[in-house]
Design a protein around this ligand. Structure first.
Ligand SMILES: [Zn+2]
Length: 275
């Protein structure tokens, strides 16, 4: 007699496990239409965590519960040092492009500045630039080695009393399990001064879904690389929904380091001055 299985062995139990873990809403666009995709391996051997998908904005999330420690801060600092030259070139290319598109751009704030290579480059190009990062080791290194104008502190809109033209948040939001919290803070500050917010994240759009079939946390440049720390995988649709929800204009910015090398690209969320 033919036996029919509704789900593969173990599948039903897996769904029971997930009952309390399925996010109530999409962490990018707040849609209730969130579904479980599969488990994905993390860098810690043997540990797998669930990956969820927003059916509305096509963003993904694999919350890992990761919290930085002195040890992970040190690892991150080592990474920043390793990619410093690359980041200087990318910073320069992005700042040139921004200056082209926003000729009046002068006062820059960077949230999640790491060792401050972007801030230092902005200072060298004549901008008024300041950066914030919670990694004290990275900030101490950047101040000492590069003379970057950066501080080891949390940033929020209440602390942003100085006017600015553009907030930069480069490769930061993908690290946050609730990226809307910081995004909302940035919007509050930007609206206050009629400024803009530039966001760059490693996008996971439909053309990169093949990586879901083979989610390798050890392969740099792929969406699930270091997914213990990279927990929110934005789609461009999600980034646009954010703009709609916050009544922002949105403009795509691409910058090339050279003919063969693309640099940081992202979106500028534009807000009208309240006055
Ligand atoms: Zn969504």
């Amino acid at each position: 007699m033919l036996k029919v299985r509704a789900s593969p062995p173990g599948h039903r139990n897996r769904h029971a496990d997930l009952a309390g873990k399925l996010p109530e809403e999409c962490v990018v666009c707040t849609s209730k239409y969130v579904s479980y995709v599969r488990d994905v391996p993390t860098l810690s051997a043997g540990v797998e965590i669930p990956l969820f998908y927003c059916m509305e904005c096509e963003s993904f999330t694999n919350p890992s519960g990761f919290l930085p420690t002195a040890e992970t801060d040190a690892t991150e600092l080592a990474f920043h040092i390793k990619v410093h030259e690359r980041n200087v070139l990318r910073s320069r290319a992005l700042l040139r492009e921004m200056k082209k598109q926003y000729p009046d751009l002068q006062r820059i704030v960077e949230i999640g500045c790491g060792t401050g290579s972007f801030v230092r480059e902005a200072q060298d190009m004549g901008f008024d630039a300041v950066g914030y990062d919670i990694n004290e080791q990275a900030v101490a290194y950047g101040v000492e080695q590069y003379g970057a104008n950066i501080s080891a502190s949390w940033w929020n809109s209440d602390l942003q009393t100085e006017p600015f033209d553009m907030l930069f948040c480069i490769m930061v939001l993908e690290h946050l399990e609730q990226p809307r919290d910081l995004f909302t803070e940035m919007v509050v500050a930007a609206r206050r001064f009629g400024a803009g917010v530039f966001v760059a994240v490693p996008a996971l759009n439909r053309n990169r879904w093949k990586y879901i079939l083979d989610p390798d946390p050890t392969r740099p440049g792929t969406p699930f690389f270091n997914n213990r720390a990279h927990v929110t995988h934005f789609s461009n649709i999600g980034l646009h929904k954010l703009a709609e929800q916050f009544e922002a204009g949105i403009r795509e910015v691409r910058s090339n380091v050279s003919e063969n090398e693309i640099g940081w690209g992202g979106f500028v969320y534009e807000f009208q001055s309240p006055g």
